[in-house]
Design a protein around this ligand. Sequence first.
Ligand SMILES: [Zn+2]
Length: 90
Amino acid sequence: MTKVTKVCKECGLEKELSEFYPLPKGKQGVHPKCNICMRLYAAKKRAERTAEQKAEQAAYQKDYYIWNREAIAKRKADDWKREQASKRKA
Ligand SMILES: [Zn+2]
């Protein structure tokens, strides 16, 4: 059985299709860049983010917290209960 491979557009290495994130619209149904390059790219983008973008995301996260406060509180309470239960066992 021949393995289907693809050359990463970023690092130029030939890799198996499983090394690429799926992208239905892309060639061969995967991204042109391999997983590693995609991750590096995302990290670079994150580092390059402007203060404005960071503030935007912080605001979004605050909204998320406000809208999901009950769900978050419940999850925290559940986590705490689970932690206490596991402590008791130990
Ligand atoms: Zn690559």
